[in-house]
Write a protein that binds this ligand. Structure first.
Ligand code: ZN
Ligand code: CU
Length: 485
């Protein structure tokens, strides 16, 4: 047998949550052809892993990369972390199906300006991803707020029966074209007025497809448990798996409650397929939300349309300079983006370590001064939390970003190193891998990522992208409920 690539002498951490083992891996036609002692194999390209870790390529289950995968297909912030697949369309906002009437409403503006929204149907979006030759694999959810923006003249009310019918038709067409499921962003003003019933009716479309419901909860503050109950109620109604997005205890009054949240998640999991994703930082980021303006913790401005010069500065400092209250300062800055230092480290660690949690960056690629999770989430879990803090073994860290994620989202033949699987792979040095991006200098590539293969194609090596683009659009395959057993 002639192989395309042979990676020799690797410590294979296969994504299944088992400890590593030494082997060589041979790749042919985009797939992992053989794993074992392949000393005499005949190959085109050899790679000496020097005992470093070979893992499945990381799956970023929570992204807002909808339009940058097409507009900036190199995807360096993710590729440089070892990510090989991104799931887009989270938090109720997706690039498709969307027909804007003017500027994108908050928070759809996180995905770009009006010019970026050129996909009236999911099929159009899928075709554009396929045409773009993306570097990474792309799978997509449909956003509830996106559907609302197509059919409601006013987002600050619940939808009428006719509007719900129209949204359901678009959702069904998207699911037929390969969408993974529906996401909501019920905390945002543009979706907050949607009743539970509105969402339940939409999710009835998911049932026949075995598609997933993901949700940025109606509240991550004091009413977070009630918001989780609402999510589980919706999921049970639709007989759909529920993924809670970036699970957290937000706001100082809410700190220390992660054991309650995780107990609620565990309880729901006894009778229903549920899970969550999270990012490994005690600060969140989104558009600047007046409801989240507080003196209780630090807030930095990342971008502001009327005052771009304020990017990177603390809200408190800007308020002092302008001699205004925090709230009035925030009003002057809008539309704007912010980082909120509103979590407790102990809660972040507890949620990250929970067996039902996956890693998702929630990175904001449009932001000129982004939260460092955009460039650092995955190496931070491997280096900081697994190796340095000892929160869990390395094979568990890898599982939370590969095997678990692929199972939950039904990404067939991905997320593990197994013969016959797609050769999405990352080679990294477990002793040196670490996130370098921080809140002061957030756009820096991780250290220790030595090689990244997407569908068998080496796309990143020793700190450099090589411009090869072998990503694919991944349509939903089969019933996602099966990935929760
Ligand atoms: Zn969100
Ligand atoms: Cu998000």
């Amino acid at each position: 047998m002639q192989y395309d690539t042979l990676i020799r002498n690797a410590l294979i951490i296969d994504g299944s949550n088992s400890p590593g083992y030494r082997a060589d891996v041979a790749i042919a036609n985009g797939h992992i052809e053989r794993i074992g002692d392949l000393q005499d194999a005949c190959v085109e390209e050899e790679f000496d892993a020097a005992g470093h870790v070979l893992a499945p390529g990381f799956i970023d289950v929570h992204t807002h990369d909808d339009t940058v995968v097409i507009r900036q297909p190199q995807m360096l912030p993710k590729l440089s972390q070892g990510v090989t697949t991104v799931i887009v369309g989270n938090c109720g906002i997706s690039a498709s199906p969307v027909s804007l009437r003017g500027d994108p409403p908050d928070p759809m503006n996180l995905l770009g300006t009006a010019a970026a929204f050129v996909y009236p149907t999911f099929r159009d979006y899928r075709a554009a991803v396929e045409m773009a030759n993306t570097t990474l694999n792309v799978a997509a959810l449909v956003g509830h707020t996106a559907l609302r923006s197509n059919h409601l003249d006013d987002l600050f009310r619940t939808a009428s029966a006719d509007e719900i019918t129209a949204m359901r038709l678009q959702l069904r067409a998207s699911l037929e074209a390969g969408a993974l499921g529906l996401s909501t962003g019920l905390a945002y003003a543009s979706a907050f007025s949607a009743t539970t019933d509105e969402v339940m009716q939409l999710t009835e479309e998911l049932t026949a497809f075995g598609a997933v419901y993901t949700t940025h909860l109606r509240s991550e503050f004091e009413p977070v448990l009630e918001a989780m109950d609402e999510a589980f109620q919706i999921g049970r109604h639709a007989k759909s798996p529920v993924i809670i997005s970036h699970l957290k205890c937000a706001g100082a009054g809410n700190w220390g409650r992660s054991p309650q949240l995780l107990a609620s998640l565990d309880e729901a999991a006894k009778t229903h397929p549920v899970g969550c994703d999270c990012y490994p930082y005690a600060a969140s980021s989104s558009t600047l939300d007046l409801k989240q303006v507080t003196e209780a913790h630090r807030i930095t401005i990342t971008w502001s349309t009327p005052h771009p010069e304020m990017g990177g500065r603390d809200l408190v400092d800007i308020a002092a300079q302008w001699n205004l209250s925090l709230l009035d300062t925030a009003r002057q800055l809008q539309p704007a983006g912010a980082v909120y230092y509103g979590m407790d480290e102990a809660d972040v660690r507890r949620i990250l370590a929970h067996p039902l949690s996956m890693v998702g960056s929630d990175g904001l690629p449009e932001d000129p001064f982004p939260h460092p999770r955009l460039w650092g989430a995955f190496p931070r879990v491997l280096g900081h939390f697994s190796r340095d803090v000892g929160l869990f073994p390395l094979h568990t860290a890898v599982h939370k970003m590969t095997g678990l994620s692929a199972a939950r989202f039904g990404l067939k033949a991905r997320g593990e190193i197994r013969e016959g699987y797609w050769a999405d792979l990352v080679l990294f040095d477990p002793a040196t891998v670490r996130d370098v991006a921080d809140f002061n200098d957030p756009q820096r590539a991780a250290q220790g990522i030595e090689g990244v293969w997407v569908n068998g194609v080496l796309s990143y090596r020793d700190g450099q992208a090589n411009g090869r683009r072998a990503g694919r659009f991944l349509a939903r395959e089969g019933d996602l409920r099966e990935g929760f057993r």
